[in-house]
Design a protein around this ligand. Sequence first.
Ligand SMILES: *Cc1c(COP(=O)(O)O)cnc(C)c1O
Length: 524
Amino acid sequence: MATTITAPDAASEKFIGTPKKATTHVNQNEGLIFEKSSPGKKAYRLAELDVPAIDAASLLGNTVRTDLGVMPELSEIEIIRHFTRLSTWNYAIDLGMYPLGSCTMKYNGRVNEAVARLEGIAEAHPYQPESLSQGCLQIMKTLADSLIEITGMDAITLQPAAGAHGEFTGILLVRAYHESKGNARKKILIPDSAHGTNPATAAVCGYQVANLKSNAQGMVDIAELERMVDEDTAALMLTNPSTIGVFESDIHKIADILHAKGALLYMDGANMNALVGKTRPGDFGVDVMHLNLHKTFSTPHGGGGPGSGPVACKKILEPFLPTPVVVTRDNGLLGLEYNRPQTVGRVRMFYGNFGMFVRALAYILANGPDGLRQTTEDAVLNANYIRAKLEDTFELPFKTPTLHEVVFSDKLQAKNGVKTGDMGKRLIDYGFHAYTVSFPMIVSGAMMIEPTESESREELDLLIDALKQIAREAAENPELVQTAPHSTRIQRLDETAAARKPVLRWKAPVAATPVVADSAAKEW
Ligand SMILES: *Cc1c(COP(=O)(O)O)cnc(C)c1O
């Protein structure tokens, strides 16, 4: 890899002030695993065959793949070192905080992992008979009951695999409900502060998206809502608290306006970390909502791993839930019920991402009601601490009380040509992951910070200190921030090309040409 590496040096002119968290740290050079390959190396040794060898082709005929392409051949330690070295390039929650707003990047307690790995749980098969699956079914039932209690709703499906998938499932329920009354209706209202997945969901489910403007407090404009809701409106998709961390204080009124026209209120519950144990969507008029277990309920998040986006709903939507649903049979045993004539159908194979249910339930039970409430209070306190410490440093576009996240803008720094993206990248040099950059869209140059309850005051102070130093740099040496990060192996990527023309596959070079990652890249 022909990348120039700039050695980070905390004491040099690369910083104005001293970063308290990060120092120069070793991150190792590492090429592609294919470049290390040499023919015949293996990371395993099998025992001698003690049965007659069978020719695979005689069993499977021409379905046997004979050309495996070029596979890397390495020893065990080479493989271990390769991936361990790569891991030194990464940021991780185990190294420090992720201030990413809207993502609720909380720490996942190790105990959740221990429980999910228990043999009887981890190795249960989805086709095991019900009589042998009572424990797993009980986990699903207890989780479902807990989430129903937390949200104040009547019924739930655990099937969806992510937040966006939960939205899709929830809007399918809305659609099925309206259809059962003879008319699916045409449009879904979505505030301009919404997560991009909301309009995408509405469109995928065949609805027109009508954009609802926020008012000066960053909330739903009630008069505008009243004007827009009509008999063609299927639902409003509302995030509460919104993506600027503001609670919709008129939520009851919003629900009433919709219900008066026969429309439903969908709540994007990705921000439940601000509400759990304090207030319940079911009590303030929400008809259907999704939860992100991989945000609020402490299951692993990111890296493309499995997520979980349960959808909770009111009684009127229950008949349409995906099948199967967990039921208690007459003999007292738990079972899976498939016979539900009005169901929207299955949205995920088997029962959803079961391992995530285990982790979420472990988290809920380990905390208990008081612990969950404390978690919410700490998350809100942490966001307000950051707001109080930084509101003189960065512009705060909405002064409405902050819940779980605070959104600043780059307005003051942009006068010197330093943008939110530059400061986000500069934060990497100070040993932090970037905050959420340029979202939500209603704030120009948004800097969105969600600390979560996981962070101690000491860690928050380190972040605050880093951001204050970056603001100073933006004033005194804008170029230093504009060209950040300086401590990483690769400085600035061409983000557009990376998104539009990703190089996802290594191609064997033509013989005698030295292998360089870039040469493979150019073929695409
Ligand atoms: C994260 C998020 C989503 C989408 O959740 P995924 O699990 O990433 O699909 C939707 N809405 C909001 C407000 C979110 O923060």
